[in-house]
Design a protein around this ligand. Structure first.
Ligand SMILES: [Zn+2]
Length: 188
């Protein structure tokens, strides 16, 4: 996230963009998932670099990262690595990536931007999607409800619980309840 340039960060970067080192730094950019609370999470950027970072598009401008990846600040290393990794199919980008050996924590930080969200899978490992119909593979005791859903109950139009790949929501007897994915089978 973009924030204003603090005096401390200005001092660390000597007023220059920490990626291209050519233009004057105009803002502080926090490398996700970290935030702008400490300058150790931030990189001082110029207008050009911040616009390109925010666009997320691959760009040959990033050949400048051949210099910034050697910066001693982990935040600068992580952002440089992340931008290069996004276009590692380009020879020059791949060359820079393989020329450095960064700390494992920096690489993990950089690559966290590419982590794929966990998938919802049924008891057979089949991917589930919103709107699917499933069958219960075992009896379900519904908490807070006055009924039990027997094995074989069909639940239509399920919803995936976004932040928990082990849970879906579905309507049984008119009540929307949370069901564990390991107790369901996708119906085709
Ligand atoms: Zn720059």
């Amino acid at each position: 996230m973009k924030s204003s340039l603090s005096n401390k960060l200005k001092e660390r970067s000597e007023g220059n963009c920490e990626l291209c080192a050519t233009n004057a730094a105009t803002c502080a950019f926090a490398v996700s998932p970290k935030s702008n609370d400490v300058i150790e999470n931030e990189v001082a950027l110029c207008d050009t670099c911040v616009a390109l970072v925010e666009s997320g598009e691959p760009n040959d401008h990033w050949q400048c990262l051949a210099g910034s990846i050697w910066n001693t600040e982990p935040s600068v290393q992580a952002l440089s690595y992340r931008l290069l990794y996004a276009q590692k199919d380009k020879e020059w980008a791949n060359e820079i990536l393989t020329s450095v050996e960064l700390d494992e924590t920096v690489v993990t930080w950089a690559e966290s931007a590419f982590a794929v969200a966990a998938q919802h899978l049924d008891s057979n490992g089949t991917p589930l999607e919103n709107g699917d119909t499933i069958v219960l593979t075992q009896q379900l005791n519904v908490k807070g409800a006055s009924f039990m859903a027997p094995k074989g109950t069909i639940v239509r139009k399920i919803r995936l619980v976004p932040d928990n790949a082990e849970q879906i929501e579905g309507k049984i007897n008119g009540d929307t309840i949370v069901i564990l994915t390991k107790f369901v089978k996708k119906s085709v």
